[in-house]
Design a protein around this ligand. Structure first.
Ligand code: ADA
Length: 563
């Protein structure tokens, strides 16, 4: 299942989860999909093309949808290429037309090599796995079918309206039809479409929804919306998406959800697990949400890429607020100026927003975590991507997590390199200011003082009177390493540092929230950082198996005590 709910009632669907034949690195056996190639014994460090094959019974026009193939995918049916896709964290579909009824051979080539052509996926402080890492599905459709259904609620004076956008597509022949929307027993007509053969037509309409029930973290009420395409009085195709009626607005230094200020108590989370790599099964995703809740958290940041839509559905249903982020972590000037960087970033932003705009849990979009925001040649890239996000979705605020503030703020003397500013030069672009900081871990400064310095600097450099989020704070600990001396890397030391950091942050008036780095330990690319013990980022409050470290009770105590 790509989603937690049925997305169509009229299509014949085949869930493509299960055993496929995998050929990679001398291995030629069956392997479970979705899954990471690195979870196959013997392929733990494999980089190369993984060839997945399986037979499928189908007929007519078939849409093959993939939620995530890492990182470059080529899809073939009966030896003929249907399409290709760059980027591990957003999904894609390919269509096979007029298939004869019977058995067909589906082949997916997943390439996890990192190089010039993978501008966003580079060796990094997280692992880029390989394989068909998220769910996939085949659906039979007629000549006319729907796609790209998105829902954006708007609330004013207690009245709700819904903006619905949907695409009507023709595989081969032109058609005329009408589209209606069904919401909880009410029917709204979207209008007529006239679609040329092999082409598409978009419909975009907004209507009042008198029956709407609001969504909130306390009462995360999801509303299914079914869109139906009718031709000559027959229902030719349908699509179901869900919305949650809520608004997100910025007022001074506050983020308002349905008019009420929210305080973020969140966790950064990588899609990573000791047993599954980045291909967490639904039960493991649901368990992560339970851990977040049990520790008093109300939010998650999808550091540093768009997450599995199934996880976002679970967040919608649990009322967990989501900061969703387009893909990029810590890329420096030369990496940002590579020819592939901007086009791949634009593609990632577009695919993320088109796919995820309907999730009520997403309250903010993030981009370009700790990239070169202090470099004059890179600032225009930030400007372009922020305005793209705003044009695709004006209903949510935008932010970027940075760690670049003027060195002099913390008493260091520093002369910026040529072409660089002294600190982040992009804060004026955002609705919310977000800083990553590790006082007590990378820096020997009390958190309280550090946050005060950062805020004062941000206020004077484009962040005046804006909400302020501490988007990362944390310290490392190796699970099971206990030390009476509270030594570095011990669970005790991590708990101490988190207590000091969280208290310093939470006591600061005007802070809109904090995301702890991080929920669980995660694997790091071997090529990236040999100095990370175990080749893992060990700042999780749980380890990679979700075993809780001592810091969990510290976090819980502080999060629960804070209103
Ligand atoms: C950064 C970065 C994270 C992680 C963290 C750390 O702030 O955004 O991805 O690398 O540092 O653990 O040092």
């Amino acid at each position: 299942m790509l989603r937690t709910f049925e997305t169509s009632t009229l299509r014949r669907k085949t869930d493509l989860s299960g055993l496929w034949h995998l050929t990679a690195g001398g291995f030629s056996q069956s392997a479970y999909v979705p899954g990471c190639v690195e979870c196959v014994p013997g392929l733990e460090n494999y980089r190369g093309i993984s060839v997945y094959e399986r037979k499928i019974m189908c007929a007519g026009n078939v849409i093959f949808s993939f939620s995530g193939v890492s990182r470059f995918a080529r899809v073939l049916l009966d030896g003929k290429e249907l399409g290709a896709h760059e980027g591990p964290y957003t999904g894609f579909s390919v269509v096979a037309a007029a298939l004869s009824a019977g058995e067909h051979l589906l082949r997916v080539e997943a390439d996890n090599r990192l190089g010039e052509e993978s501008a966003l996926s580079v060796p990094n402080d997280y692992m880029t796995y390989g394989g068909i890492t998220r769910a996939c599905m085949a659906e039979e459709v007629g000549n006319a079918y729907l796609s790209n259904l998105t829902l954006v609620p708007e609330g004013r004076d207690g009245q709700w309206s819904l903006r619905v956008r949907v695409r009507a597509n023709s595989v081969l022949d032109p058609f005329e039809g009408t589209i209606r929307c069904e919401i909880g027993g009410h029917i709204f007509t979207l209008g007529g479409v006239c679609v040329p053969g092999g082409s598409f037509a978009d419909i975009d309409d907004t209507f009042d929804v008198p029956c709407a029930k609001a969504w909130s973290p306390e009462d995360p009420c999801m509303t299914p919306v079914r869109c139906v395409l009718s031709i000559d009085g027959f229902d030719a195709d349908d699509l179901i998406e869900r919305t949650g009626f809520r608004t997100v607005r910025i007022s001074g230094r506050e983020i308002l959800l349905n008019g009420r200020p929210v305080k973020i108590k969140g966790f950064n989370r990588h899609e990573d697990h000791a047993l599954y790599g980045c291909a967490l099964p639904p039960a493991a995703m649901a368990a992560d949400i339970q851990i977040i809740r049990s520790l008093g958290g109300n939010a998650v940041r999808t550091s540093h890429y768009p997450n599995d839509p199934y996880f976002l559905d679970l967040c919608d249903e649990a009322g967990i607020l989501v900061w969703e982020e387009s893909h990029a972590r810590g890329l420096h000037r030369d990496q940002m100026l590579r020819p592939g960087f901007l086009p791949q970033s634009i593609q990632c932003v577009r695919e993320m927003i088109l796919r995820d705009i309907s999730h009520p849990s997403i309250f903010i979009w993030g981009l370009l975590n700790e990239c070169a925001a202090d470099c004059s040649e890179c600032v225009p890239i930030y400007e372009q991507l922020v305005s793209l996000i705003r044009s695709l979705d004006p209903s949510r605020p935008v932010t970027s997590a940075t760690c670049r503030l003027a060195a002099s703020v913390n008493g260091k003397t520093f002369r910026p390199a040529p072409g660089h500013y002294d600190g982040d030069a992009t804060l004026h672009l955002y609705d919310v200011i977000s800083f990553n900081c590790y006082p007590g871990w990378y820096l020997d400064i009390p958190s309280d003082e550090y946050i005060r310095n950062v805020r004062a600097w941000a206020e004077a450099n484009g962040g005046k009177d804006k909400p302020f989020i501490v988007s990362e704070i944390g310290a490392g600990a190796i699970y099971g390493f206990r030390s009476a001396a509270r030594a570095k890397w011990s669970e005790e030391r991590q708990a101490d540092i988190l207590r000091e950091q969280l208290t310093g942050v939470m006591d600061h008036s005007g802070i809109t929230g904090v995301f702890i780095w991080q929920l669980s330990d995660c694997r790091v690319s071997d090529e990236w950082f040999a100095a990370r013990p175990r080749t893992m980022n060990n700042k999780g409050v749980t380890d990679e198996y979700r075993r809780m470290k001592l810091s969990c009770s510290t976090v819980k105590e502080i999060f629960m005590a804070d209103g």
